[in-house]
Design a protein around this ligand. Structure first.
Ligand code: TMP
Length: 215
C-alpha cells in the first residue's frame, strides 16, 4: 500500500520511554514544518480509548482470556486504522504510533502463547494491507525497565488505577522481548534497533538517525 504520508511505529516493552520519545520526535518534525499526527495503541479513537480502559484498568477485564485480549486489541486497531491512520496518510501527514501490530505478536503471540498464525490472521483483518514504513524497537535492559517502572508506580500510586499488564511476571516480559527480537530479525528493512537505556537526549538522537532517511 503506497500512500503519500509516512507511517512510523515505536515498539518495546514496558518503561522503554516510547511516549516521551514520540513527543520529542513529533516536536522535531514539526520544527521542520512537517504535519505530524501522534497516536497510541490500544486507543486513539473514542471507542478505542474505551477498549483501552477495558484492557488495562477495568476490574471486569481481570482474568479475560488471551483470545478476548487479542480481539479487543484488534477491535481498537481496526477503528484507529480506518478513522485516523489511513486518512492522515492519504493527506500526506507523518503518523507516529506508540505501538502497533508488532505489540500483538509480542504480547498475545509470544507473551500469552496464542497460535502465531491465528494472531496474524486477526491482525490482517484489522489492518488490511497497511504496514509501517519504519518500526523502531526501543530496547531497554530488564533492570533499567524495573527501576523506571518502580519510580513511575511510586509517582502514580495515588492517582492512577492499577494496570493489568504491569502485574505480569518477569517470564512473561522475557517472552515479549523475544517476540520483538524475532520480529526485528524477520524484517530488517522495516525495523531499526534503538538502545533505549541512555539519557533522553541520547535516545532522541538515536531515534532521529533511525528515521531521518525516510524524508
Ligand atoms: P502502554 O500504552 O502503557 O504501553 O500500555 C499498553 C499495554 O497494552 C502494554 O502493556 C502492551 C499491551 N498491548 C498488547 O498486549 N497488545 C497490543 O497489541 C498492544 C497495542 C498493546
Amino acid at each position: 500500500m503506497s500512500l503519500p504520508g509516512r507511517f512510523i511505529t515505536l515498539e518495546g516493552g514496558e518503561a522503554a520511554g516510547k511516549s516521551t520519545q514520540i513527543a520529542r520526535l513529533a516536536e522535531r518534525l514539526r520544527r521542520q514544518g512537517r504535519s505530524v499526527l501522534e497516536l497510541r495503541e490500544p486507543g486513539g479513537t473514542p471507542l478505542g480509548e474505551k477498549i483501552r480502559h477495558l484492557l488495562k484498568h477495568d476490574p471486569d477485564g481481570r482474568g479475560m482470556s488471551p483470545e478476548t485480549e487479542l480481539l479487543l486489541m484488534n477491535a481498537s486497531r481496526a477503528e484507529l486504522v480506518r478513522q485516523r491512520i489511513l486518512p492522515a496518510l492519504q493527506s500526506g501527514q507523518i503518523v507516529l504510533c506508540d505501538r502497533f501490530y508488532d505489540s500483538t505478536v509480542a504480547y498475545q503471540g509470544f507473551g500469552r502463547g496464542l497460535d502465531l498464525a491465528a494472531v496474524q490472521s486477526v491482525i490482517q483483518l484489522a489492518v488490511g494491507g497497511l504496514r509501517p514504513d519504519r518500526t523502531l524497537w526501543l530496547d531497554v535492559a530488564p533492570e533499567i525497565a524495573r527501576t523506571r517502572l518502580a519510580g513511575r508506580k511510586a509517582a502514580q500510586a495515588t492517582s492512577e488505577p492499577s494496570d493489568r499488564f504491569d502485574e505480569e511476571q518477569e517470564a512473561f516480559f522475557a517472552r515479549v522481548t523475544q517476540g520483538f527480537r524475532e520480529a526485528f530479525h524477520a524484517e530488517p528493512d522495516r525495523w531499526r534497533h534503538v538502545d533505549a537505556g541512555g539519557s533522553l537526549e541520547c535516545v532522541e538522537e538515536a531515534v532521529w538517525s533511525a528515521i531521518s532517511d525516510l524524508f
